[in-house]
Design a binder for this molecule. Structure first.
Ligand code: HSE
Length: 428
């Protein structure tokens, strides 16, 4: 007989943990009716068990001793929502090794150690769920693992960091500088404690590594993801971008290129009319192309206690259903070790350059000849009337290798007649 009860140990009682605990306690009966399995929250591991909490838990449920969860043979599942790399990774590994299923919302651990932990879970014949590790409440991992499994995934392009999307939106619409827009994001409760996580693209790179690993069944470590944040975007770029028919977004992109993968995070000019151009505020959206399904867009709240708890508890209910179905063999995904990440130099993309140049004869000819020598074809060029000395000159290109585009930027910026290449952004 399958167990009619799944006993849960929860690690972490912060914003997400409180929502998970509340949901499990308040909906226990409804979930039991839905799955035929009683989801019982037994223990909660916290740093300080006597600190007042926003969720009222039965006496004795809180503990500060990891072994009360990890060494308790009665617990069948560990739910990890504490975050951070350590000790969370060690706890997850210990739980898996002792035969417990694991459900986690941990982006850092899954980005850096996901494939190894999934393989360990396969060997231990337990499940490791991580829907909540990327995109809060948006069903991404299960979509790749189940609904899109029949496809060869060609491309995943995502607005996956809510803070930078909010910040870029405020810079575009209200003309704010980066610091002022970021202060608004913090006041609204979006930004990470360390703003560099958002602004420099670390958060998006970790999320892309997880999504790409699942979508392409490749081992994509965040260190292999090419990464540029939004510090190089100037408020004036939004005006030029709009004039040219684009919005500026921080995108996370992964794409299949023959036997390799592109995996990159950087600001991109996205054409008006593309579904990702209209993603507003701190929302997230993931655009997927599969060979069978065509184009799919998934969007919603990418962070926050309740959306993230939706994914965590959803994973628990899926686990309960598998227990109820008496699933006996739980296997790890088979990663394709041949599929490696292409160096950014070899990625072909389009680019946008904004330069301040001397307003005099032969200047554009000198610039254009560098583009020509590097084999970079110009798609559009705008020059505004100058202030008497410097003129602003904006170019978009046709696709070229990123190495050629960056060499072009470097060579143009060294010309005597060029004051600076103020911005260099890619174009979708
Ligand atoms: N700081 C993240 C974001 C939320 O802005 O999307 C947590 O992943």
């Amino acid at each position: 007989m399958p167990p009619s009860c799944l006993r849960i140990g929860l690690i972490g009682l912060g914003i997400v943990g409180s929502e998970v605990a509340t949901r499990l306690l308040q909906h226990r009966e409804a979930y039991r009716r839905r799955t035929g399995v009683d989801l019982v929250l037994e223990r909660v591991l916290v740093r300080d068990p006597v600190r007042p909490r926003r969720v009222a838990l039965p006496a004795g449920m809180l503990t500060a001793r990891p072994e009360d969860l990890l060494d308790d043979p009665q617990l069948e599942v560990v739910v990890e929502v504490a975050g951070g790399e350590e000790p969370a990774r060690t706890y997850m590994e210990r739980a898996i090794r002792s035969g417990k299923h694991v459900v986690t919302a941990n982006k850092v651990v899954m980005a850096r150690h996901g494939p190894a932990l999934l393989e360990l879970a396969g060997r231990a014949n337990v499940d490791l769920y991580f829907e909540a590790a990327v995109g809060g409440g948006i069903p991404l991992i299960s979509t790749f693992k189940v609904d899109l499994l029949a496809n060869q995934i060609e491309r995943v392009v995502a607005v996956i960091n809510g803070t930078t999307n909010f910040v870029l939106g405020r810079m575009a619409d209200a003309g704010l500088g980066l610091d002022a827009a970021l202060a608004e994001a913090r006041a609204a409760g979006y930004a990470e404690a360390d703003p560099s996580e958002d602004v420099d693209g670390w958060d998006a790179a970790a999320k892309l590594a997880i999504m790409a690993s699942v979508a392409f069944l490749a081992r994509v470590h965040p260190d292999c993801v090419y990464r540029e944040g939004i510090r190089g975007v100037d408020p004036i770029d939004f005006r030029y971008a709009r004039e040219l028919g684009y919005e500026v977004k921080l995108l996370a992109l992964a794409a299949r290129r023959d036997d390799s993968l592109e995996a990159r995070v950087h600001p991109v000019l996205v054409p008006h009319g593309h579904p990702l151009a209209s993603v507003q505020g701190a929302r997230n959206a993931v655009y997927v192309e599969g060979d069978l399904v065509g184009q799919v867009l998934l969007q919603g709240e990418g962070a926050g206690g309740r959306p993230t708890a939706s994914s965590v508890v959803g994973d628990l209910l899926d686990l309960a259903a598998s227990v109820r179905r008496r699933v006996e063999v739980r296997s790890a995904p088979r990663f394709d070790d041949e599929l490696t990440v292409l160096p950014m130099d070899e990625v072909r993309t389009r680019a946008y350059f904004r330069c301040r140049v001397v307003d005099g004869p032969g200047v554009l000819a000198a610039i254009f000849s560098i583009f020509g020598e590097e084999g970079v074809s110009i798609a559009s060029a705008i020059q505004k009337e100058s202030d008497g000395r410097w003129a602003e000159f904006v170019v978009t290109t046709h696709p070229a290798s990123d190495a050629a585009l960056r060499r072009t930027r470097e060579r143009v910026s060294r010309l005597q007649v060029v004051h600076s290449v103020g911005s260099f952004l890619r174009v979708l």
